[in-house]
Design a protein around this ligand. Structure first.
Ligand SMILES: [Zn+2]
Length: 486
């Protein structure tokens, strides 16, 4: 691997400036790389994005016109997880001038090596604002996350891989007296509204490619599991199902989505080359399997999106995850000996519907319409505007607020709102927002607009309600034929 961290006698952390210098040098050496910027961080750092194509075109529309699958990779949403970001630099070099350049005849690759540039500079998990970037992909309240989604809207991904590192000791020692043993943990999107066809591609194409690469390199792996901060709760969770987690949001907006995590948080630069190589080898494997049948992938993604747009099945608004016992492959912190540890797993692949509702033709939003339209648009949701005043039969939400126990950073957030549905006829003013559900990113629309969906725009206040108000200014439209739209 050729990246800044390995050009020094001992591996080192790549500074922001060293990253930018490395990328500028790559541009000079390669005709395949367009170096852009998705925007600036809260502290004013540039957030670079790399567009790698065989032709080296420097325009999102021109890359779309090449007609190849658009494969996004991103790293370091969490600043203190450096191995993924370093691997993205090595990957960019290999695509621009090295062993992977030939793949660009079949696929176009976009890399955001360091989403949280401020956190990386401070060796901190969170953004400079204190928010967790990887809980913000539905709400889009943070400039870094908004900038990422704006770049994605200009060049919508067919596939997204999100690279992280997980905690080695800390909570695992506190709760189980062991440390994490696997080199790498992997997990596909696990929200119940992710289009089925996209989940199938994750399971049938990328999972085997990842497992083969892991086996070939002699690495150890496990499904991605995490555990919450409370030491009393000794359950572990297979990722989480919040729609605001990148892995889930990218699936909901219409891409195949995967999370890669290496064993690295809290151990400085120990085994740094092994960690970076793990990200690199897995990324290389999934790029190669995509390029091997790029047209087949495009066909499958297009079919999955069309199926999602045509879906008329009921919506799962809230769900519970099943639980089961597993052996977690921890290792003894002192001896390094294997220490398989029985734990209770909250299984994000075993989701049981709680609140289920007929799928509407769309949603009407009567308040904060410009803000809602912008946020949904960043997530590839198309919206319409009501053209003339009128009346319409709708389903209204009678809202009751509930106490939140965990808040919005939880991976399995609580409902902030409970609702009862009432049939009503309402006056609809011209200019109201209509969000149709007959589109690939319908899952984003439902997660944002059903008020009792965890993390919804009513729940978090993007669509505000007065203290004495009980009816949400959002309505379900079961038959939109009476709406004049523009
Ligand atoms: Zn992370």
């Amino acid at each position: 691997m050729d990246s800044p961290a390995f050009r020094t006698p001992e591996p080192s952390i790549t500074s922001h400036e060293a990253m930018l210098e490395f990328l500028a040098a790559l541009v000079r050496e390669s005709g395949r790389l367009w170096l852009g910027s998705i925007g600036r961080s809260t502290q004013g750092r540039d957030i670079p994005v790399l567009y790698l194509t065989a032709e080296g075109v420097s325009d999102s529309a021109a890359i779309r016109q090449l007609g190849r699958p658009i494969f996004w990779l991103m790293a370091q949403q969490h600043g203190n997880e450096p191995a993924g970001g370093e691997a993205m630099l090595a990957l960019a070099a290999a695509l621009a001038t090295g062993e992977l350049a030939a793949l660009l005849g079949r696929i176009s690759v976009v890399i955001v090596p360091r989403v949280n540039v401020d956190g990386a500079a401070a060796d901190r998990r969170v953004l400079a604002s204190g928010a967790d970037a990887n809980r913000d992909h539905l709400l889009l309240s943070q400039p870094e996350v908004r900038a990422l989604h704006a770049a994605m809207r200009a060049l919508p991904p067919d596939v997204v891989f999100d690279h992280h590192e997980f905690s080695v000791g800390r909570r695992w020692i506190e709760k189980f007296n062991g440390t994490q043993g696997a080199d790498v943990m992997i997990l596909e999107g696990t929200h119940p509204s992710i289009p089925r066809g996209l989940a199938e591609i994750a399971g049938s194409l990328y999972r085997p490619a990842l497992e083969a690469a892991i086996l070939e390199a002699g690495l150890s792996s496990f499904d991605y599991v995490t555990t919450n901060a409370g030491t009393a709760d000794k359950r572990v969770s297979l990722g989480g199902t919040a729609p605001g987690i990148a892995r889930n949001a990218f699936g909901l907006r219409g891409a195949v989505s995967y999370l890669i995590e290496t064993r690295g948080v809290g151990i400085g630069l120990q085994n740094f080359e092994r960690r970076v190589a793990t990200h690199y080898l897995l990324a290389r494997a999934v790029l190669a399997v995509t390029a091997a049948d790029s047209v087949g992938l495009q066909d499958r993604v297009a079919a999955a999106r069309a199926e999602s747009a045509a879906d008329r099945s009921d919506l799962i608004i809230t769900h519970e995850a099943g639980e089961r016992d597993i052996d977690l492959p921890l290792i003894d912190a002192e001896s390094g000996a294997p220490m398989p540890t029985p734990v209770r797993l909250i299984d994000s692949r075993d989701l049981r519907p709680v609140d289920v509702r007929a799928r509407p033709a769309g949603y009407l939003v009567l308040r904060s319409t410009a803000d809602v339209a912008e946020r949904l648009g960043l997530n590839e949701v198309s919206v319409r505007e009501v053209a003339a005043d009128g009346e319409l039969a709708v389903e209204a939400y009678e809202v009751e607020r509930t106490e939140s126990r965990k808040g919005r950073n939880a991976i399995n957030p609580d409902q902030l709102v409970r609702v009862e549905i009432r049939c009503r006829t309402i006056a609809v003013p011209a200019g109201a927002l209509f969000v149709p559900m007959a589109q690939p990113a319908a899952g984003i629309a439902a997660a944002a607009l059903e008020p009792d969906s965890p993390g919804s725009y009513v729940g978090v206040g993007v669509i505000p309600m007065e203290p004495d108000e009980t009816e949400a200014p959002v309505y379900r439209v079961m038959d939109a034929s009476g709406l004049a739209l523009r």
